[in-house]
Design a protein around this ligand. Structure first.
Ligand code: ADP
Ligand code: ZN
Length: 196
């Protein structure tokens, strides 16, 4: 797998996806790729959905407080207006975008852009999240990463919501969510069922 632009390949774009649960290091991994692209003087445009207001508005920030400037957009279609000269387009928190994100990614890749999407593959119920299944399906490269299960220390694939709240989108950090492996996630869900 090659993830860096190659000489003679300027016209070839592709789609990379970094997927996993909360705290798995998706943003860290994105920032690592962006730092390397910056060293190569690649022209970048970095986007995140308006819904994610956890930290600064105009930057993507990992849980260990690293960041890169980014542009907040309300709709996937808005990305088109800001990618004229971009050679690399990064989309953070892809799960919160509308389905048009799929077309936008394909258009960009066809134009020769390297597209990097990060996102939660599953929501707090363990169900596929927003446009992520389609984005994963059309990707050239997928990196699925794990957090550490806070219950047992195994690789965590799921984001467990500690509070009972039926809203699908509930922003929050360590106080509301924890990373869990499949087994501890299932046990937690079963225990919550019992007490409601
Ligand atoms: P994501 O974008 O996937 O939510 P981040 O890149 O923002 O993840 O943050 C990853 C960082 O979160 C880790 O490097 C670590 O410092 C911290 N962290 C907190 N809780 C956990 C956990 N349960 N498992 C792994 N990392 C954790
Ligand atoms: Zn576990």
């Amino acid at each position: 797998m090659f993830l860096e632009p190659r000489i003679g390949d300027e016209s070839r774009g592709w789609i990379e996806v970094i997927a996993g649960p909360m705290f798995s290091g998706k943003t860290e991994e994105l920032l690592r790729r962006l730092r390397r692209a910056k060293i190569a003087n690649v022209r970048m445009a970095i986007f995140k959905p308006q819904i994610d207001v956890r930290y600064g508005q105009n930057r993507i920030v990992s849980h260990d407080a690293n960041y890169f400037p980014s542009l907040e957009v309300g709709h996937a279609a808005d990305i088109r207006k800001h990618t004229k000269n971009a050679e690399l387009v990064a989309i953070d928190e892809t799960q919160f975008f509308d389905n048009e994100i799929i077309e936008v990614c394909e258009e960009l890749a066809l134009k020769g852009v390297r597209v990097i999407c990060t996102g939660l593959d599953m929501d707090y119920l363990g169900k596929p999240f927003g446009p992520m299944p389609e984005v994963l399906a059309i990707a050239n490269y997928i990196t699925k990463i794990h957090a550490i299960c806070v219950q047992c220390g195994y690789p965590a694939t799921h984001s467990f919501r500690k509070l009972k709240n039926k809203e699908r989108v509930m922003l929050g950090e360590l106080e509301s969510y924890e990373a869990r492996c499949r087994k501890c996630f299932a046990e937690g869900m079963a225990a919550q069922e019992k007490f409601t």
